[in-house]
Design a binder for this molecule. Structure first.
Ligand code: ZN
Length: 271
């Protein structure tokens, strides 16, 4: 709450820069990285980031092993965990990936977490949010809000602050973008030597949890931000069939994943 007054002008400046950039045409990689770094700073200040060396080292190591085999291996990929049980994940331009603790605690093996990271990585690889900014007429882009992504904004002031910043930062992706991120994510995971079947089992798990809770459980933010889950499950099933012969020998789990889980279970939850 105390950070609100200085938070607002910084975001306003960021929005103006985006409007100018959009007017200028393309956004360079350098500009993308700068924006991402700036937004990551804001996110880190506003959201409850989990500060645990063991969990962070594991998530960064897994995330980088996947990202380093994509066409944007040159980015300085950073992975962070938001300490909330709400199930979601999001990507900022330039390679800043956030995954909520709820995803870590629901994932039963490395391949399930890898599927979520592979998906978010693909949004950055495809420059989905950058493209939205480039296409935007000024700053009034249709967008998601950090609160919706993380479910942590119970307090009105934080919600308002993040809503202001939401515009260019937390792009609400189209269904086509989501399908692209799933398909690219599938191969990102495979290329890292991990079985992409975890994408399917994790989606199915979320769907079951959502149906049980009647649409108001920890998975509901995920479904609000990721429309068409049923279709996406069918798409991943198709990919698994098409690539069945290549999946032998890919790993599903590691001891490192399970020790991260044990560590996580000892850490206090923000909300
Ligand atoms: Zn997505």
């Amino acid at each position: 709450m105390t950070s609100f007054p200085r938070f607002l002008p910084r975001f306003a400046a960021g929005l103006a820069a985006c409007a100018i950039l959009a007017g200028c045409g393309g956004i360079s990689q350098q500009q993308e990285v700068q924006m991402g770094a700036q937004e990551a700073q804001q996110v880190n200040a506003q959201l409850p980031i989990l500060n645990d060396a063991t969990v962070n080292a594991y998530v960064n190591s897994l995330g980088r092993s996947i990202a380093s085999r994509t066409s944007r291996a040159d980015l300085n990929w950073q992975f962070a965990v938001v300490n909330t049980d709400v199930i979601n994940a999001f990507a900022l331009p330039g390679g800043y990936i956030y995954v909520n603790r709820g995803v870590l605690s629901r994932a039963s093996n490395e391949s399930e977490l890898a599927g979520v990271l592979g998906h978010e990585i693909e949004h950055v690889v495809r420059r989905h949010s950058v493209k939205q900014m480039e296409q935007a007429q000024g700053a009034n882009v249709g967008v998601g809000i950090a609160c919706a992504l993380t479910g942590v904004c119970n307090n009105q002031v934080a919600a308002a602050a993040i809503q202001v910043g939401g515009t260019a930062v937390f792009a609400k992706f189209s269904r086509a973008d989501e399908v692209q991120a799933d398909e690219g994510g599938f191969f990102n995971v495979m290329n890292a030597g991990i079985n992409p079947r975890g994408m399917l089992t994790f989606f199915q798990k979320l769907l079951a949890e959502e149906q049980q809770s009647g649409g108001s459980g920890p998975a509901s933010a995920w479904f609000a931000d990721h429309p068409g889950t049923q279709d996406r499950i069918a798409d991943i099933q198709r990919l698994l069939q098409e690539n069945a012969s290549k999946l032998n020998g890919l790993r599903t789990d590691t001891p490192a994943f399970q020790s991260m889980k044990r560590r996580l279970s000892q850490l206090p939850l923000t909300r």
